[in-house]
Ligand binder design. Structure first.
Ligand SMILES: NC(=O)c1ccc[n+]([C@@H]2O[C@H](COP(=O)([O-])OP(=O)(O)OC[C@H]3O[C@@H](n4cnc5c(N)ncnc54)[C@H](OP(=O)(O)O)[C@@H]3O)[C@@H](O)[C@H]2O)c1
Length: 308
């Protein structure tokens, strides 16, 4: 099989497309024939050595995949060969085949293409774990989503709306029609407006930007409100500042879960949540796809199509 891999850390040049032996599924694992892989900001960060990469080199990027189960390891009863599934694994998706724990995968909704399904896992799970599991967002809550036009943000907005919340979202003005179409009640142009002056009495905020956004977002929260940040390398300010402000603070590192993905799949299946695919590139253009995401200017998700 072919796969993208790097042995050292650095720019796009460290990543090589090469032949490798097709892996065998271990106990509790599936062997997936990958039809599409999602591209996330963490892929380029990992390649540059700035994010934790589990295991030993060679490192194969890619957390998100969708494809067909080719074989299952001992103890797997959840799936069998021929099933179409999508899920999140700790690397390995920029390859024609991958092995991963079966319990990190869920059946792919039939109406979704493999590209759409591959674009969903890490971003939807991040939004789900932030807003549903940590935030317990419900009807009447006010939610603030930063980087609302991005991969995680555009899905977080839809999940918050699905749960009956009022949603503020930050994005450049050029993306505000997109935000409104997703359901954002009040888009905020962060290049001209101070989000602290606009977003009021927020129950749950999701920070997908970092830097000054975290500490400044605390001022938008109601007493006891919650700031969840996915910018886990930028949380030093949090605990003490939140305590002083009388609010709560939770750094989030997304965790794989086929069970949660099954709940999310139900929302994707009937269109209550839609994955917006910014661009799809062929497998051979993985480097370009990573660089495109690294601009932090894409709208929704970027994916690699192995079958293109
Ligand atoms: N901890 C975890 O488990 C976890 C999981 C997933 C993601 N993350 C992190 O969360 C962040 C977001 O991920 P993502 O996949 O959603 O990224 P993404 O898709 O690359 O985000 C791109 C979006 O960010 C927006 N943006 C850029 N700068 C902004 C700013 N200053 N204010 C508001 N919006 C801004 C852009 O909108 P405009 O063009 O309108 O500016 C663009 O649409 C990344 O840093 C990623 O590494 C962490």
């Amino acid at each position: 099989m072919r796969r993208w891999a790097h042995h050292t850390f650095g720019g796009p040049e460290v990543l090589q497309l090469a032949e490798a032996r097709r892996p065998e599924p271990g106990e509790g694992e599936i062997l997936l024939r990958v039809h599409a892989a999602g591209v996330n900001p963490v892929d380029a960060l990992t390649r540059r050595g700035l994010a934790l990469q589990p295991g030993e080199p060679p490192y194969v990027p890619g957390w998100d995949s969708s494809g067909t189960v080719e074989a299952v390891g001992d103890g797997v009863t959840r799936f069998r060969a021929g099933d179409e599934v999508f899920g999140m694994s700790a690397g390995g998706a920029y390859a024609e085949y991958l092995t991963a724990p079966a319990d990190a995968f869920a059946p792919k909704p039939a109406g979704l293409s493999h590209v759409e399904a591959a674009a969903a896992p890490a971003a939807t799970l991040t939004a789900w774990q932030a807003l549903v599991l940590l935030g317990r967002v419900g009807p009447g809550h006010k939610v603030l989503v930063h980087a609302a036009a991005g991969g995680v943000g555009h899905l977080a907005v839809q999940i918050a709306k699905e749960r009956g919340a009022f949603v503020y979202g930050t994005a450049r003005a050029a993306g505000h029609d997109f935000l409104r179409a997703l359901g954002v009640d009040e888009p905020i142009d962060y290049t001209t407006d101070d989000f602290v002056a606009v977003a009021r009495d927020v129950d749950v905020a999701l920070d997908l930007v970092g830097g000054e956004y975290g500490p400044r977002t605390l001022a938008t929260l109601v007493p006891g409100g919650l700031l969840v940040t996915a910018i886990v390398w930028d949380t030093g300010f949090g605990k003490t500042a939140a305590k002083v402000a009388g609010v709560r603070f939770a750094p989030l590192q997304v965790a794989p879960s086929g069970e949660q993905l099954g709940e999310i799949a139900a929302l994707l299946a009937d269109g209550r949540v839609r994955v917006h695919v910014d661009s799809v590139l062929p497998f051979e253009q993985a480097k370009e796809a990573m660089e495109r995401v690294a601009t932090r200017r894409t709208r929704g998700k970027v994916a690699l199509d192995m079958t293109a």
